[in-house]
Design a protein around this ligand. Structure first.
Ligand code: GLU
Length: 514
């Protein structure tokens, strides 16, 4: 049945910034397409004009681009089934709605939203809930209750109507999901969904989605779990249209859960715990509330893609967690997607970024760090020196934005001294030992880390001094705290003169200890 070339689609509605769960859906579709040598489509489902948000489509496209998810066909690139924006396909859908009415799978309903509201309220007052289904459709103003002439007359005089699906009664609908396995639902639990509205001349999501998947020759529908309740209707629509042999296979992805595990990951969780839930920063055009994004927070797109891929899927125990896009394409499988929700761990997200940062070469990091340096007025530092510094500090960094704080002392003398380190090391005879050590080191001819280290160690040992204390006192003078890279690398990089200046200055500022 599915020997057709693989074609999958990401079909977001432009209702706001794309949630990271949506990016994951796009990513899984993309991985699946690439693995099977198939096509990845982007279709914009914008038939619900009330929920349209300006800028959302551009945001979706930019998010995919940032993640390296390449669109083969669709909005922004075109293709043989263009247009790929449903609002531009509006004249396609009416005939399909009419076909279903003709074949007895759907009917016209003439109730206005106000009338439906009134019926709903009436039910509520009796403690019941109203559902538009087989129990009421022949008693309301529908083409199943009214005469053919009446229906025609109403349509001709411009009354508003909808086309509703005529859900079969008490039928067991059998479905297969590639992740969840066999699913079975009784049709009597389902209502008659609206497929088309004359008011705006547009189909609803269900009709447009099925018609377009069919016309665009989609073979696999990989989407979020929230669409599972729509699956019975979708399966019946394929049957109603006589397209069952072309029905795609379905895979419903698990939810992304809050860090605490309970419930769907929301923007509020991110705001509370300080992490983004969107790929890019979002600035609404209407001036409403914006949101932070992974890109602007300093994540590498490769790290974001990697962490997202592993939220709900894993490659098995034999594989590293650090996986590039080509590796993900090779390893991905829907069979290994979990049925249960995937808990998002912001700490783990940062860990992924750190892994990618540590794996960058010193040259790559230097290229990322040079603009930061230039902004701080150190634009003329030789690249080789910056590369060496990157090699010394990168292990401690999670983001490129951390690098300045970790490397500042290579460029600037300490402005102040960490009081804790001062209390701990700038005491007893340590300042005096430091002066003596300085005298030893300032005459080292070739002022390099190995030479300085050899000299310092042998002198400290000869004198019988406590190595740790003397070294930490020197560190305090050079760095201003008890952290930082190897001391002798620091000394070599800042150079003899600066080394002497910093030791001198520590004595000036901190005095001679006690
Ligand atoms: N437009 C739907 C959404 O916003 C698409 C669901 C589907 O993939 O069928 O997620």
């Amino acid at each position: 049945m599915n020997e057709r070339p693989v074609r999958v689609r990401f079909a977001p509605s432009p209702t706001g910034p794309l949630h990271m769960g949506g990016v994951r859906t796009a990513l899984y579709n993309y991985l699946f397409a690439r693995q099977h040598g198939g096509k990845f489509l982007l279709r914009i489902e914008d038939t619900d004009s009330h929920r349209f948000v300006p800028g959302a489509e551009e945001y979706i496209i930019e998010s995919l681009r940032w993640c390296g998810i390449e669109i083969d066909e669709g909005v922004s690139v075109g293709g043989p089934h263009a247009p790929y924006r449903q609002s531009e396909r509006r004249e396609i859908y009416l005939k399909y709605a009419e076909q279903l009415v003709r074949d007895g799978w759907a009917y016209y309903a003439f109730d206005t939203p106000e009338e439906l509201d009134a019926i709903r309220k009436e039910y509520e007052s009796r403690g019941e809930t109203f559902a538009y289904n087989s129990a009421v459709r022949t008693r309301l103003a529908t083409s199943l209750a009214l005469s053919a002439e009446e229906v025609e007359a109403r349509i001709a005089r411009g009354d508003q109507w909808t086309v509703r699906f005529r859900m079969p009664e008490n039928e067991q609908i059998e479905m297969d999901d590639m992740i969840r396995g066999h699913v079975s639902v009784n049709s009597s639990t389902l209502d008659d969904k609206v497929l088309y509205k004359s008011a705006d001349g547009l189909p609803t999501y269900h009709l447009a989605n099925i018609v377009d998947d069919y016309l665009m020759e989609i073979t696999h529908v990989i989407r979020g779990e929230e669409w599972l309740p729509s699956l019975p209707l979708h399966v019946l629509l394929y049957r109603a249209f006589g397209w069952e042999d072309r029905m795609p296979r379905f895979a419903h992805l698990p939810l992304l859960l809050k860090p605490t595990g309970g419930g769907k990951l929301s923007k509020r969780d991110g705001d509370k715990l300080g992490f983004p839930v969107f790929p890019l920063q979002w600035t609404p055009q209407d001036g409403g509330e914006g949101a932070r994004g992974y890109r602007e927070d300093g994540y590498f797109p490769e790290a974001f893609v990697n962490l997202l891929a592993l939220l709900g899927w894993n490659p098995g125990n034999d594989h590293s967690e650090i996986l590039s896009m080509p590796e993900l394409i090779e390893l991905f499988s829907l069979e290994r997607v979990s049925k249960s929700g995937a808990r998002f761990d912001p700490e783990k997200a940062r860990w992924f970024n750190a892994q990618y940062l540590h794996r960058k070469s010193d040259a790559e990091l230097a290229a990322l760090f040079l603009p930061v340096l230039a902004e701080r007025g150190y634009g003329d530092v030789p690249v080789a020196k910056v590369e060496r510094i990157m090699g010394l500090v990168k292990e401690r960094a999670t983001f490129v934005g951390d690098l300045w704080l970790l490397a500042a002392y290579f460029f600037e003398a300490p402005q102040s001294y960490d009081p804790k380190a001062v209390a701990k090391f700038w005491k007893d005879d340590n300042p005096e030992h430091l002066q003596n050590l300085r005298r030893q080191l300032e005459v080292v001819e070739d002022f390099t880390a190995p030479n300085l280290e050899a000299k310092a160690h042998s002198w400290i040992e000869e004198q019988g001094l406590p190595m740790g204390k003397v070294m930490n006192t020197l560190r305090l003078a050079l760095v201003g705290s008890s952290t930082g890279a190897n001391l002798f690398d620091i000394a070599e990089i800042i150079g003899r003169e600066e080394f002497l200046r910093r030791v001198e200055r520590a004595h000036e500022v901190l005095g001679e200890g006690r």
